[in-house]
Write a new protein. Structure first.
Length: 709
């Protein structure tokens, strides 16, 4: 029997994949880099499961598509059905194609006529991407094949003993959930037609509980923006597997001869530097993409919490003028501009300017915004429709719901709206045409693309419709970006219910949460940043009292929190007094000065014992920015020391407290350096000894700016 070893390696991450004869390959190692020229026989001996005279019939290894027929007692990597009966494929490899850091494997199952293609590669940052595809290559009269699931998996060491996933709710997304490694086959699923506020986000297996700056871990994230499964298999007689895949409803994917199902790509991330190392790898991958935003991320003013549905052209024009005065660079008109839209009960799907509110249309406002030197943005919710709309009255067949849904008493609308079936060519053309016309007419630079409800009983062409809907959404986004290459799009889904790497293939920013409460935002942005670098995460300064929590916070605290992302305002700044307006202007200058570091540096989280602290750093080659905040009262009267990781130990840094946004209030203990506002120290001292922190009061924050001398 022939034996082959494939060695894929990049950016400190290696995959060792072995193939025996014409069987599917299996992974021997996924983790840190290894030396070249490995002896396959010695490696196989080092990692073998059993040898004669053992009692097992076969000393098998788990393939890249593990099945029950392999002797695997965990969740199969795929489940297929023919004629309603579970089908057990027997894959025979028909070809492999190897590159320096990637491998493609083609295998055929003779009984079903299916071709399985597995593509695996180590890309920028050491992120391993795995993609599966199935093509029905049978004769025209061959039986169709139902795909129940097709999931990507990789093995992790059995020494992993903790599991990190996520949970959450509206206005409190990305809540980390750490558990002891569960036994058996475990799945976390989202069935909302979007990943959801309670999206598991990833499965991260670690040795010991996960920490930000240290520890070894292995994780998986699915680049898909609809229903999904995140899985872990910890069985006692085999390796531990993690994986992910699209959650399909029964009958949703039925392949007839000539058809293909391409599963969403799964990103597998290994880190020896804890969660910060995990994030650094994904951020590196994102920043290496050709479409990654390269221009400075503009300071935004969004009108939602400023005016809600109360659109008055004169006041909104004045708001735009004030925005330009204080240094805003992008003005976004939110919900309420289109025909009949005075509240959230009507008009979705009719993307026509309401002339009763805007007698001259939106052209005068867009022209004024551009004349003031700002970009103009507009809110849409393209995937949704109101029953009280011209489009729903003309085309009730365009709703993405079971035909009996509207009559079922338990199936009420969500937010008084329904879902438009973009997989229907007519609905797709309607939405594309209306948005495209407005982009051309108004010179729209930016679209806030919202998605405010779950999908319920989705039906397209008589089958479950979630998959077809998501593919159509991706196509619509792609088409708009193709027609308007300079157009930027933000993914918003009731806040952060759709912030995955799948949607980021077509968008330029995500709205992390509908909560602008900076206390909630400290953690929402922190955990959103596990995948997304700060330049992709919208973070706005809201009103003094948050509309989502009722909490009142200082302007300096709200600004410091906004500085940690793609910053902006969602506030009626016309109502601000002189002191607040001046502070906004100073913040705008500070953001523009510091964003080159924040939006390109490595994100680090200095570890502090007291859970009332939040410290987030952005470390570049010659400078760093650290935002230090409290979310509650401190445990100790004398605070901890702040040790800043990632600095050059051999260089000297000037450390300044940037007080342009206001002072952080604190108790009676404050070190000399903090009062003076400036100090010079070597990188080794700042990272190993640290800075004594002041005893901040609750809900206070300050910004440190470090420059290498």
């Amino acid at each position: 029997m022939t034996r082959r070893l494939f060695h894929l390696e990049r950016d400190g991450v290696a995959l060792l994949i072995a193939q025996m004869g014409d069987a599917l390959p299996h992974v021997l190692h996924w983790g840190g880099a290894v030396s070249a020229g490995i002896d396959l026989d010695a490696l196989a001996s080092a990692l073998s499961r059993q040898s004669p005279p053992g009692t097992l019939d076969a000393a098998w290894q788990l393939s890249l598509a593990p099945q029950e027929g392999d002797g695997w007692s965990g969740r199969p990597g795929m489940q297929l059905r023919r004629g309603g009966i579970v089908h057990h494929p027997r894959w025979v490899v028909t070809g492999t194609e190897e590159g320096e850091d990637r491998l493609r494997v083609d295998a055929r199952d003779e009984a079903s006529g299916l071709l399985l293609t597995i593509s695996i590669g180590v890309e920028a940052g050491g992120v391993v991407w795995v993609e599966h595809a199935l093509v029905h290559q049978g004769e025209q009269d061959a039986a169709p094949v139902d795909v129940d699931w097709l999931e990507a998996t990789l093995p992790v060491p059995s020494t992993t003993d903790s599991l990190l996933t996520f949970d959450g709710r509206w206005a409190r997304e990305k809540r980390p959930v750490v558990t002891a490694m569960p036994a058996g086959a475990t799945v976390r699923q989202s069935r909302r037609g979007r990943p959801g506020h309670d999206n598991p986000v990833a499965a991260i297996a670690s040795i010991g509980e996960p920490r930000w700056g240290a520890g070894e871990l292995w994780g998986v994230h699915l680049a898909w923006s609809s229903d999904l499964t995140v899985r872990l298999d910890r069985v006692t007689d085999a390796v531990t597997l993690i994986g992910a895949g699209e959650l399909l409803r029964p009958g949703e994917i039925r392949l007839v001869p000539g058809e293909e199902y391409r599963a969403p790509r799964a990103a597998f991330v290994h880190s020896t530097d804890g969660l910060d190392g995990f994030a650094a790898r994904v951020h590196t991958w994102l920043r290496a993409r050709p479409q990654h935003p390269s221009s400075p991320r503009p300071l935004v003013l969004n009108t939602w919490e400023a005016v809600y549905f109360d659109h008055d052209p004169a006041r909104l024009t004045a708001l735009a003028e004030r925005a330009a005065e204080v240094g805003i660079e992008r003005f976004v008109l939110d919900d309420g501009w289109f025909l009949g839209r005075r509240d959230d009960s009507t008009s979705l799907g009719d993307w026509v300017v309401d002339r009763t509110v805007w007698p001259e249309g939106l052209t005068p406002l867009a022209d004024r915004v551009h004349a003031l030197g700002m970009q103009f943005g507009l809110w849409f919710e393209p995937e949704m429709v109101s029953l009280d709309s011209d489009v729903a009255r003309a085309h009730p067949e365009w709703l993405l719901h079971d035909p009996g849904h509207l009559e079922h008493p338990a199936s009420l609308s969500w937010r008084q709206q329904y879902v438009l079936n973009l997989a229907d060519p007519g609905a797709y053309a309607h939405v594309l045409g209306q948005i495209d016309a407005l982009v051309n007419e108004l010179g729209i630079d930016f679209i806030k693309w919202d998605h405010n409800r779950d999908l319920v009983e989705s039906v397209h062409a008589g089958r479950p419709g979630g998959h077809a809907q998501m593919i159509a959404v991706y196509a619509l986004l792609r088409e708009l970006k193709t027609r308007h290459p300079a157009l930027e799009i933000e993914s918003c889904s009731s806040g952060g219910a759709r912030t995955d790497l799948g949607i980021l293939a077509f968008t330029d920013r995500v709205w992390a949460s509908d909560s602008n409460d900076p206390v909630e935002r400290q953690d929402i942005q922190r955990w959103t940043g596990l995948l997304l670098p700060p330049e992709l995460v919208g973070a706005h300064v809201g009103p003094t009292t948050s509309h989502s929590s009722g909490r009142t916070t200082a302007l300096s605290y709200r600004m410091a929190t906004s500085l940690m992302g793609s910053a902006g305002f969602e506030w009626d700044i016309l109502s601000c007094d002189e002191e607040e307006t001046a502070a906004i202007g100073r913040f705008a200058k500070l953001y523009k000065e510091l964003r080159p570091v924040v939006h390109t540096g490595r994100v680090v989280h200095p570890e502090l014992r007291d859970n009332a602290w939040r410290a987030t750093g952005f470390v570049g080659q010659d400078a760093a920015v650290v935002v230090v905040a409290t979310v509650a009262s401190l445990q100790d009267a004398r605070a901890e020391r702040l040790r800043i990781p990632g600095l050059d130990r051999d260089r000297r840094y000037r450390v300044r407290v940037r007080r342009e946004i206001g002072d952080a209030r604190h108790g009676w203990i404050a070190p000399e350096w903090f009062g003076a506002g400036e100090i010079e120290l070597p990188g080794a001292v700042l990272s190993e000894v640290g800075l004594q922190l002041p005893t901040l009061w609750p809900l206070q924050a300050f910004v440190l700016h470090l420059e290498a001398i």
